[in-house]
Write a new protein. Structure first.
Length: 447
């Protein structure tokens, strides 16, 4: 569908179309929030916004013919992660699986994919003043160059996919990826993490999936790329839609993967009430997990004073900050706190009884893991972003700009909301009005 076709509707947005991808730019301004900021406190120094890029034009510019109707959705969702691209103001980002939501039908929530042809993409952006510009986009494809899509992989394990109105079932796709974290390595290739498997995905500089590393026992078949069962089988107990979200590249080349939420071990109730999740260390050289760590969330009302549901706690970003130190983002959809941890050898629980699914109580069921002999990672609070004026909600990507400055990117969910009201009677998006922004925060005490 052409972005100029009749019926395209914008809510709270302007239209931008017919512009080369490399120069698509944003509007909307926001100045630094320094006025009135007490000395010694973190503050926003810049906010830049991504403008309106019709999703169909974006997708079909990368892989022609993949999107026949974008239902009025603009490019968004690129805030799944943020990684420095080597030049001042430039970052690599990655979209998530595409526009998706939930609609309740006959008392049961269904997962909707309004633009099922959307293919996750790696996007290079530049922050210039109050504008976020798209410089480059790389579609994530299979070995034969076909789109991986963002569709659910396995019936009975992943949410069943439905059309935008939750009335028509869609096909599962074992190639599908719910991409979240991203890093780029010296040979130009990328590593991504995915929520479905959960999995770690090695992608070429041109976007082709080289290898997808998944938990032992996942039995994912029918993919058009290599799948290796190299992750601990305990990860098969990840919550639905809560697999890996954070990914960091350590100075020595190892990767750190963060499970977004506590595992559902031994059952859903345990996972919903738990405050202990897991980080994994992966060696690309050995192609194996070499360590696992227990990470303990703060109480949910400490992370977000407006929230009392422990299951809302998530890790969305992890950032290497020198040696074996890691910046970890604990968040809800409305607030976030950044903590520093050190990944010491003594904290490694890989292969211990906490990886045994028959252990009772499980790691997730322990009210005080340290008292039970679990070497929980110690942490130090760097900044409570919930107290910093000008920081948007749902921050999913964090990058270190320098010793004193962080760049944050939010996930705007492609302007979607849940519920039957997400689309109008003509099937066009009723936009949430939430924009994709990159926000710079100065930390007076550094990291």
């Amino acid at each position: 569908m052409s972005p100029h076709s009749p019926g395209r509707r914008r809510v709270h947005r302007s239209v931008a179309a017919g512009i080369p991808l490399a120069v698509l730019a944003a509007l909307v301004t926001a100045g630094p929030a320094t006025a009135g900021t007490p000395s010694g406190q973190a503050y926003v120094t810049r906010t830049a916004t991504l403008g309106d890029i019709p999703l169909g034009a974006f997708s079909n510019g990368l892989l022609p013919g993949t999107v026949d109707d974008d239902r009025g959705v603009d490019l968004g969702g690129i805030g799944s992660d943020l990684y420095p691209a080597g030049r001042k103001g430039e970052f690599w980002t990655v979209t998530d699986r595409g526009p998706n939501g939930q609609i309740k039908v006959d008392g049961t929530k269904r997962r909707t994919f309004p633009v099922p042809g959307f293919d996750p993409a790696i996007v290079r952006i530049r922050v210039t003043g109050d504008t976020v510009k798209v410089l480059q986009a790389i579609p994530v494809t299979t070995s034969s160059g076909k789109p991986v899509t963002g569709l659910s992989n396995q019936a009975g394990r992943d949410e069943a996919p439905y059309s935008y109105d939750a009335r028509t079932p869609l096909s599962y796709n074992p190639n599908g990826l719910d991409t979240e974290g991203i890093v780029r390595v010296s040979d130009g290739s990328f590593w991504l993490v995915d929520e479905y498997g959960p999995s770690l995905v090695h992608v070429s500089a041109r976007g082709k999936v080289l290898t997808r590393y998944v938990p032992e026992g996942l039995n994912l078949t029918g993919t058009d790329y290599s799948v290796v069962e190299a992750l601990p089988s305990v990860l098969l107990h990840r919550k639905i839609n809560r697999g890996f979200e954070g990914l960091a590249l350590l100075p020595g080349g190892d990767l750190v993967l963060a499970v977004q939420s506590p595992l559902s071990l031994p059952d859903t109730d345990a996972g919903e009430n738990a405050r202990t999740t897991r980080l994994l260390r992966f060696s690309p050289r050995k192609k194996a997990v070499t360590a696992e760590y227990a990470y303990r969330f703060d109480p949910v009302n400490v992370v977000d004073p407006s929230e009392d549901d422990t299951s809302e706690l998530k890790i969305s970003s992890v950032v290497a900050v020198g040696g074996d130190r890691l910046l970890v983002e604990e968040r809800t959809d409305k607030a976030a706190r950044l903590q520093v941890v050190r990944l010491g050898r003594a904290a490694n629980i890989l292969g211990s009884r906490w990886d045994d699914t028959t252990t009772s109580p499980s790691l997730e069921q322990l009210d005080d893991p340290a008292a039970s002999g679990v070497p929980v990672l110690s942490k130090r609070l760097v900044v409570d972003l919930g107290t910093v004026a000008g920081v948007p909600g749902k921050i999913e990507g964090v990058a270190r700009v320098d010793h004193d400055t962080l760049a944050l990117i939010n996930d705007n969910d492609f302007g979607m909301t849940d519920g039957a009201g997400a689309f109008d009677a003509q099937g066009r998006l009723v936009d949430s009005g939430i924009e994709t922004t990159v926000t710079y925060v100065r930390l007076p005490r550094g990291v």
